[in-house]
Design a protein around this ligand. Structure first.
Ligand code: OGA
Ligand code: MN
Length: 202
């Protein structure tokens, strides 16, 4: 993606966020990068590299299958995986843009691949830990082509008196403040793939 297209995506995300508290950009990832990340995710999943996700951080970690049933794999530049690193390059560009236009002071991030098997979900929650407020913004990027209404698995974000259902379509990015918006993942009827992460301050 050229710089102009890239920045117009960043603007879309930030402007939506500024007006509705929820930023959505439908083509945050190019189709090519989304396809490569999806292949990488599936191959790691098939190699048994994913773990059941927990709730809370290291001090309160508990795997609670009644709250969430997704499986995760933490991304890291040290894996020297070209697709994961292209994703991090994109994120680094976004963070420079966000910090310079919104003075957000983001200094780091953490991201994982997420795999929801059929019949999985994540009950209503907030992303910030009780004992730590480093997580400033939540970002979720989806990797599911041709997702249909009957496939379920929507992200449902709660606001004052309403809620917004967001389908997990490939390339789409959702961006919101981690401390503020409660949200849930509805039961999925198909495997549902995504990248989930948090932009951090400290
Ligand atoms: C999470 C989460 C939403 C989604 O992992 O904390 O809320 O749409 N994910 O995958
Ligand atoms: Mn969440």
């Amino acid at each position: 993606m050229n710089k102009l297209a890239l920045h117009s995506n960043f603007e879309t995300l930030i402007e939506n966020f500024a007006t509705n508290q929820i930023g959505i950009c439908d083509h945050f990832l190019s189709e090519e990068l989304a396809a490569k990340l999806k292949i990488d995710l599936i191959s790691l999943f098939q190699d048994d590299q994913f773990n059941s996700a927990g709730t809370g951080n290291h001090e309160t970690l508990q795997t609670n299958q009644l709250i969430r049933k997704d499986k995760i794999y933490w991304l890291d530049r040290n894996h020297n995986n070209p697709f994961q690193n292209s994703f991090f390059d994109l994120l680094d560009d976004f963070i420079v843009y966000l910090n310079s236009t919104c003075f957000t002071g983001i200094t780091g991030y953490e991201f994982h691949y997420t795999y929801y098997e059929k019949d999985s979900f994540y009950k209503k929650h907030i992303d910030q830990f009780k004992n730590n407020n480093d997580r400033a913004f939540s970002m979720i990027i989806y990797l599911n082509e041709n997702w249909k209404k009957e496939d379920g698995g929507e992200l449902n974000i709660f606001q004052c008196n309403s809620s917004q259902l967001i389908s997990p379509l490939s390339g789409k990015c959702v961006f919101f403040k981690s401390s503020e918006l409660a949200h849930e993942v509805l039961v999925t009827q198909l495997p549902r793939l995504s990248i989930t992460g948090w932009l951090k301050t400290n």
